[in-house]
Design a protein around this ligand. Structure first.
Ligand code: AMP
Length: 390
């Protein structure tokens, strides 16, 4: 595998603690040659003992799918790494020193970085001759101004423990904000945008001239919008209260806020479609869950319009944002005085393409742009190799 052909694909790996998602994609054409997920890594009876076995399963699946990497060449392996900490603001070629730096970040992302590290080590063994690139979910938000990134807690505490707002879903926000410029036909540098990434996890970003200036997630992906199972913003004193008054352990509270809250906590279902269906059937809990979800979104749209000093483009992306006209209409309802509105027919038209859904001549252009994190990782990996001379 020489990796020298310009059209050679990139293998994109997204390793969690017990799953490994992969896609083989050509950065230039966006052609996907193969993709899939290996699940239940390390679980009893799954037959996939560890991440090394999972990478072997990937190569077996590629063989079975007729993807011959020896023939096409493999340009790089691109790894999604959730937390890049204070130092990684760009993709980086993986070597032993970088792997050690990522390991050093495990305390900041104990749920996420260990899985990524296991995937990186397995892939470095399996594809020893191929360049390996880490692409960080936090990197796009390394540009946040100090005013947006700093928590108002004692400076020495933040400094000692590296506490700040890092932001996540950065690969998606970066990809989508650039695709918006293509869609609306304006130079990226020339306009302001808010991107709402609404999937199982949800986050909002404020982007000025292509540069991220605010985002709703914080030290961890728990802060901000209401999500499938995560609470998003709560008074931090909820933690103290539940610990001291309700006798819950810190671990239980953490699990509650990350896994049993959000839509699931309010309506009993984390899947947005199911919550919508229950609300349509008259379920009051589901209705309230949607109201809280929408209220929080409107709060952030308004806040970021002010942070940006005026908004040019508002974009919806990810599973909910791309597919739910009802949600999009609810977010922009009565925002005409801010120049934000959707055309009902455009909003309701089904499409897999990036599209404008606001009326012609609207002060704020509202768009729907499908995200593609795998393609963004492949492109960033390829661009990094090009800078390093192929
Ligand atoms: P993602 O994490 O980007 O895959 O998004 C998953 C979320 O998108 C789930 O909550 C789904 O219920 C939601 N979703 C997918 N399709 C639709 C749809 N047609 N209408 C509303 N929500 C949807």
């Amino acid at each position: 595998m020489t990796g020298s052909s310009p059209q050679a694909p990139v293998l994109v790996l997204n390793a969690g603690s017990s799953s490994l998602k992969y896609q083989v994609v050509v950065p230039e054409s966006a052609e996907v040659l193969a993709g899939g997920t290996v699940e239940r890594i390390g679980e009893d009876g799954s037959g996939v003992a560890d991440h090394a076995a999972a990478v072997r399963t990937v190569t077996d699946q590629l063989d079975a799918a007729g993807v011959d990497l020896a023939r096409t060449g493999l340009r790089a392996v691109g790894h999604r790494v959730v937390h890049g900490g204070p130092d990684f603001s760009d993709p980086v070629l993986l070597d032993d020193a970088v792997v050690a730096d990522i390991r050093d970040l495990v305390p900041l992302a104990p749920l996420h970085n260990p899985g990524a590290l296991a995937g990186i080590e397995a892939a470095r063994d399996a594809f020893a001759d191929v360049a390996q690139v880490a692409v960080f979910d936090t990197a796009f938000f390394a540009s946040l101004p100090a005013a947006a990134a700093t928590y108002a807690i004692p400076k020495e505490v933040s400094e000692e423990h590296r506490l700040r707002r890092y932001g996540f879903h950065g690969t998606s926000h970066r990809y989508v904000s650039r695709a918006v410029a293509d869609l609306v036909g304006r130079p990226l540098e020339s306009f302001t945008q808010v991107v709402l990434h609404l999937g199982n996890g949800c986050s909002a970003s404020a982007v000025d001239g292509g540069v991220a200036v605010d985002t709703s997630m914080g030290l961890t992906p728990l802060q901000g919008l209401v999500m499938g199972t995560r609470s998003g913003d709560v008074d931090p004193a909820v933690f103290t209260f539940l610990h001291q008054q309700a006798g819950m352990s810190v671990a239980d509270i953490d699990t509650m806020l990350n896994k049993r809250s959000g839509l699931k906590g309010l309506a009993g279902a984390n899947d947005f479609r199911e919550v919508l269906a229950r609300a349509d059937d008259g379920d009051a809990d589901a209705r309230l869950a949607l109201d809280v979800y929408v209220h929080r979104l409107r709060h952030y749209v308004g806040a970021y319009t002010a942070v940006l000093g005026g908004l040019d483009v508002l974009t919806f992306t990810a599973g909910v944002g791309e597919n739910s006209p009802v949600l999009r209409a609810a977010v922009v309802a009565n925002l005409g005085r801010l120049g934000i509105a959707v055309d009902p027919a455009r909003n309701e038209a089904r499409s897999r393409e990036a599209r404008v859904i606001s009326p012609d001549g609207s002060p704020v252009t509202v768009t729907v742009v499908p995200t593609n994190e795998e393609l963004e990782i492949a492109r960033q990996a390829a661009a990094l190799l090009e800078r390093h001379g192929g």
